[in-house]
Design a binder for this molecule. Sequence first.
Ligand code: ATP
Ligand code: LTN
Length: 335
Amino acid sequence: MIDGKKILFSGMQATGNLTLGNYLGALKNWLTLSDEYECFYSVVDMHSITIRQDPAELRKRARNLLTLYIAAGLDPKKNCIYYQSHVSGHAELAWILNCFTYMGELNRMTQFKDKAAKHADNINAGLFTYPVLMAADILLYQADVVPVGVDQMQHLELTRNIAERFNNIYGEVFTVPEAYIGKVGAKIMSLQDPTKKMSKSDENPNGSIYLMDDPDTIMRKCKRAVTDSEGCIRYSEKQPGIKNLIDIYSACTGKTPDETVREFDGKGYGELKPAVGEAVISLLKPLQEEYARLSKDKAFIDSVIKENAEKANYYAMKTLRKVQRKVGFPDRIRS
Ligand code: ATP
Ligand code: LTN
């Protein structure tokens, strides 16, 4: 608890351009939760280097992502928006937790298997222990709740197991966090292959809507979305393309999938697709405008970076010192 509020932690990697999937699956939920919780939203740049990055590009993307958090509506005075690499406690706690995590557990992580297959020339130890750094991110702030898309559920379970294991040995050190998965938009699929999740690292740019796509591009991508030959609008696993469009439309307009199906009752794909396009365009317009404005305000963004890193560091150190003492590291000598 901080000031009587429960604690929320979440983060995104500064790799690739954010997609509508990232927005609907994660960012949008962050906004609805941000009043109720004391929130930490990190740009997890340390996770990004598990895949080889161009340094200048990573720096630029990290700043763009941080700016985007604010443009999406997260107030940096109320929410702690910061770079993971500015708080050394993440790496320090990750090391300790590495010693409480089993190889067998990490071997089961499906994201590792996927990423290792994709980057077969660089299967580094960081990619393997990535979920431990993620556990450290969360446990460092004693987070009660972690809003993520369903693809991160396995990492959350591992985090809980590590926390419980540590607590069983040393007493109640860590809060055991709960995942928060939104009702709609938890898994947005690729527009070109609705059996795959929409991903910022997809080679086919037509499969993903990027948050910075202009209206024409968004409309074109929606109109070209892969569907089926059934010809009717139903919310069914048998029609994954249509189901995905219903999900996107519902998430953008705040309707339930049932309401959307009723709205398009008797109508064809030729009506649904442009309606989805319009809904996405109106959702993203204010975000894009605010992003353009904020990007020019260097002094403001710099002040957010500095002040929030200090705040994050304060809470991180409280947990880290406690953990270091529990595992038996010698106390620091104060003069
Ligand atoms: P990559 O495709 O490069 O692996 P990613 O698009 O999965 O990356 P992350 O930074 O790993 O992006 O994820 C940020 C957040 O967005 C996570 O909470 C994740 O669960 C969520 N998310 C990512 N893709 C989707 C999607 N298609 N639908 C819903 N949520 C998603
Ligand atoms: N692994 C996540 C990003 C991430 C994260 C976190 C999410 C890193 N640390 C802590 C929530 C909490 C991903 O790939 N989407």
